[in-house]
Design a protein around this ligand. Structure first.
Ligand code: ZN
Ligand code: ZN
Length: 904
């Protein structure tokens, strides 16, 4: 029990607890057999050095869940990893040191990457502590550490044994700038304007040239209606349209729609590719869009994925013409060495010069680009490592997971069903998990590492035995490394101690919807393949954080907010509440400063409640025996129990927004506005037994409130909790409140007291009176079957500062006219210079007389200077007062449960 500071000072409180919690080990997973596990599969963020507001949304959700589950008695494992490997770091290191990765030995380059990554991690770690996240840092992992990537290698070896991993020469997406293969999930699309070129391919079929018997002969009408715009005079030529003339050297066929009448009898004919002169055959395929261009498309190895399909299905040649760095290769002849864009222009010029370029037009197209550098990707066929994608197994596993919100499953399903290639996992880079394999120099045998040799870098170490096929000892280590998703897709396995302990699904995965097709997809694939299990019971998906104007945050738009800015202006506790209240999980939320300021006001309120309450507590308060609770005490404890149930339901459903709203409403209104006001008299002036009951009930309700609020405002609740007597060492090692129950009648009586006190408080405030102003007396009429209800007026009486009498039935009240208020805006224009006299006459008349005239005649007549004038009822306002049967003036407030008479 510590003394509470007078002022709420979030800066010093948050700094203090940030450090102290670490020293105390409050958030450590105990691996306690007695308690249920609650394991979170925390995203390992890419160490960019900047933990931004978008990150903080997901981490707030995880932290709310982690803290809530600790209160519920679960043994919570909230680990934190770092997804270190990858291209962005390599690029950054190349920039920072002004080198190309091949300028230094692999190991040296790797060291530079590690050094860079460590500094980035430190910065993000600091922000996580500032925000009050409760990870167990003894379970921190970094995918670049050998103890982690050794497990990534183990998962690779095991999947290879099970036939999930294979090596094949298959076309893959290739970024010519990054010079590496990339997976489908790393290809983004960009809409841009390109050029569609119309080209003539001359006929190469001998018989056609000689026969001249073709229907599309000469320059007949038919040639034009057929859609061909051949200008070369070769009647048997064909016109194709392409956006990529630079791939002409890679052309291996021409495809048309089998239902396209223009080409119906030409299937099987051969044509010569302009400039490059290879002969290609015309074939039909249902996938051709006959409305595009001329309806005849050139098939290259490879312009796009469709080319790959045709190439495989129609058994076409392979003519690779693009190099790994995006230049034209030897097959391009005189154009060899040109970059793709240059080649496009030069080849178009050459086509024009050869008189085979018939036309060009602009076209809107969707281009696949590298996620990292926006360079248009190429499709190259190379020896690569692949992971087999078993769509059925993945979807079956995904359906065993509870998706929150539910529709996020559909996103995964859509992605999985649309996948047509296996997952290419090899990358031609350095800073990543080495693929643990060697090639026999003699016979080409591929050896995958034995598990007990892991972790291993095959560029540094040999397998340690000769080739089983040919006995050669000359091995070449694989230099390809793994896609970083191979690292991060084993996180649930890694954090649960795989492979030592057998894997069971963890309780929660939290992640953004933007990485469903990568992180969620790959993790499901991997645990299904390795352990035949779902990775998690629940997947909680978060949206994005938008700026106050509802748009994506950007520095140039001025709607950009960083967590540290909010912390320094207000507090982490306020920031966390603004995030929670932004909306329900799964939706995009809008960051609102006004939520931060209202959260700050609420926190000050909680501070003040605690300050007031702690003045009345001593070390014995929690253990007061058989407190003689009054109705108000029972009421707050009943309300508190109801709120605890409801908040628990919301927390179980991850509706953090609803849970926090419920809590704030309870603490602010029920506890502070209503209960504390009813209680003050007893706390200050009650007899010892009465005071003890009040203190005990207040202690119970406040302690419960702080515990329930602790997931949202961990710092303030901790500081406040420390000022209460006899608690746990931290509010965060406390339990979820479980409160005494009372009969429903007590609840009803308590509610009535609260409502009456609140109504009178409102009445005093409207009347401009001090809230503690003394009143003559209060009569409370409650109609309960003629019986006088046993209402406890003790607290009520002191709260309203008046004696309170309970009566049954309806009060006998009448409205008595006591004055008249003439309306000058009606009387003035009507009576002009006599208006003053009319007003005087009205004021001189008995108001009861005026009221009677209005009721019986519908008008008023008064004598004015020997004359009788008649006025409409609108000309006056009759002022009335309520009078009790005794004739005393009284104010009346109607409530649902009864009627209050105030004698003042
Ligand atoms: Zn790239
Ligand atoms: Zn061999």
């Amino acid at each position: 029990m510590t003394e509470i500071e007078n002022e709420y000072d979030p800066d010093s409180i948050e700094q203090k607890w940030r450090e102290r919690w670490q020293e105390m080990g409050v958030y450590q997973y105990r691996d306690d057999e007695e308690r249920p596990d609650y394991v979170i599969d925390t995203p390992p963020p890419y160490p960019t050095g900047n933990f931004h507001i978008g990150n903080s949304l997901g981490w707030c959700y995880m932290d709310f869940a982690a803290r809530y589950h600790r209160l519920c008695g679960d043994d919570v494992l909230f680990p934190q990893g770092w997804d270190c490997h990858g291209l962005p770091t390599e690029v950054k290191v190349e920039e920072n040191h002004d080198i190309h990765r091949t300028d230094v030995p692999r190991e040296e380059f790797r060291e530079l990457c590690i050094e860079h990554t460590e500094s980035q991690i430190d910065a993000m770690y600091e922000t996580m502590l500032d925000l009050g996240f409760s990870q167990d840092w003894s379970h921190e992992f970094r995918t670049m550490d050998p103890e982690y990537w050794g497990e990534t290698q183990r998962s690779f070896v095991r999947m290879a044994e099970e036939g999930y991993v294979y090596r094949d020469d298959h076309p893959v997406n290739w970024c010519p700038r990054c010079e590496t293969a990339i997976a489908d999930a790393e290809v983004e699309t960009d809409d841009r304007t390109g050029t569609l070129y119309y080209l003539t391919f001359s006929s190469a079929s001998e018989e056609q040239r000689s026969s001249g018997s073709r229907t599309q002969s000469g320059d007949s009408e038919e040639q034009h209606t057929s859609g061909s715009r051949t200008q070369s005079g070769d009647s048997d030529a064909i016109e194709i349209a392409t956006t990529r003339p630079e791939l002409l050297a890679a052309c291996v066929g021409i495809a048309v729609d089998p239902d396209d009448e223009r080409y119906a009898d030409r299937i099987g004919e051969t044509f010569e590719v302009p400039l490059f002169e290879q002969e290609v055959e015309l074939f039909a395929d249902d996938e051709v869009d006959s409305t595009f261009g001329t309806g005849a498309v050139m098939v290259c190895t490879f312009g796009d994925k469709q080319d790959v399909t045709w190439w495989a299905e129609h058994d076409l040649d392979l003519r690779p013409v693009i190099t790994e760095s995006g230049h034209l290769a030897e097959l391009a002849g005189e154009f060899e060495g040109l970059g793709v864009n240059e080649a496009k222009e030069e080849i178009a010029q050459a086509l024009a010069a050869a008189d085979v370029l018939n036309d060009r037009e602009s076209i809107e197209q969707s281009v696949g680009i590298c996620w990292r550098c926006d360079t248009p990707i190429e499709i190259l066929s190379k020896d690569q490592w692949f992971v087999r994608v078993n769509q059925e197994e993945i979807l079956e596993t995904a359906r065993e997971i509870e998706w929150i919100p539910e529709h996020m499953y559909a996103r995964l399903e859509e992605w999985a069903e649309g996948m047509d290639w296996d997952w290419v996992i090899s990358r031609q880079r350095v800073f990543a998990t080495p693929i643990p394999a060697w090639f026999c120099e003699e016979c080409g045998h591929i050896h995958t590492a034995d598990e007990d040799a892991l972790p291993v870098d095959p560029t540094e170490t040999d397998p340690g035995h000769p080739c089983p096929e040919c006995e050669s000892t000359e091995w070449v280590g694989e230099t390809d490394v793994m896609d970083t998703w191979m690292d991060s897709s084993i996180t649930p396995l890694y954090v649960t101690g795989w492979p030592e302990s057998s894997f069971e699904s963890v309780q929660l995965r939290e992640q953004g919807h933007d990485i469903i097709r990568t992180w969620a997809f790959y993790t499901i694939l991997r645990t299904a393949a390795l352990e035949d299990e779902r990775p998690w019971d629940r997947a909680l998906i978060n949206g994005m954080v938008f700026g106050e104007d509802g748009h994506k945050m950007s520095k140039s738009k001025g709607n950009f907010v960083e967590p540290k800015e909010v912390i320094s202006e207000h507090s982490a506790d306020a920031f966390r509440q603004a995030i929670a209240l932004g909306g329900q999980p799964g939706t995009d939320i809008q960051f609102q400063w006004k939520e931060v300021t209202s959260a700050s006001r609420f926190l000050t309120k909680v501070w003040n409640i605690t300050k007031f309450a702690s003045n009345h507590f001593d070390a014995d308060t929690p253990s007061i025996q058989d407190p003689a609770y009054r109705d108000a005490d029972k009421w707050i404890l009943i309300r508190c129990a109801e709120v605890a149930d409801r908040v628990q339901e919301h927390m179980d459903a991850h509706r953090f927004d609803a849970a926090l709203r419920e809590l704030r409403e309870f603490i602010w209104h029920d506890l502070a506005d209503d209960y504390l006001e009813l209680l003050k008299g007893r706390l200050y002036e009650g007899r010892p037994g009465e005071r003890n009951a009040a203190r005990h009930a207040l202690y119970t309700a406040l302690s419960a409130s702080l515990r329930m609020l602790s997931p949202f405002a961990p710092f303030l609740t901790e500081e406040a909790y420390q000022t209460l007597p006899a608690g746990a060492e931290s509010v965060h090692t406390e339990t979820w409140p479980s409160l005494q129950t009372f009969d429903a009648d007590a609840a009803q009586r308590g509610q009535l007291i609260v409502d009456v006190a609140s109504a009178i408080r409102g009445w005093k405030s409207d009347a401009g009176m001090a809230l503690n102003a003394e009143l003559d007396r209060i009569e409370l009429f409650v109609d309960r079957d003629g019986e006088r209800p046993a209402i406890d007026t003790y607290d009520l009486s002191s709260a309203v500062n008046a004696p309170v009498y309970i009566e049954t039935g309806r009060p006998n009240i009448e409205l008595v006219p006591v004055g008249v208020d003439p309306d000058h805006s009606v009387i003035g224009p009507q009576f002009r210079d006599r208006a003053g006299a009319v007003v005087s006459a009205l004021e001189a008349t008995d108001p009861a007389e005026l009221k009677a005239q209005i009721e019986t005649n519908g008008e008023i007549s008064v004598d004015v200077e020997d004359d009788t004038v008649v006025l409409d009822p609108e000309a006056v306002d009759i002022l009335e007062e309520q009078r009790a049967a005794s004739g005393e003036e009284v104010d009346v407030i109607e409530l649902d449960e009864g009627t209050i008479l105030i004698y003042s």
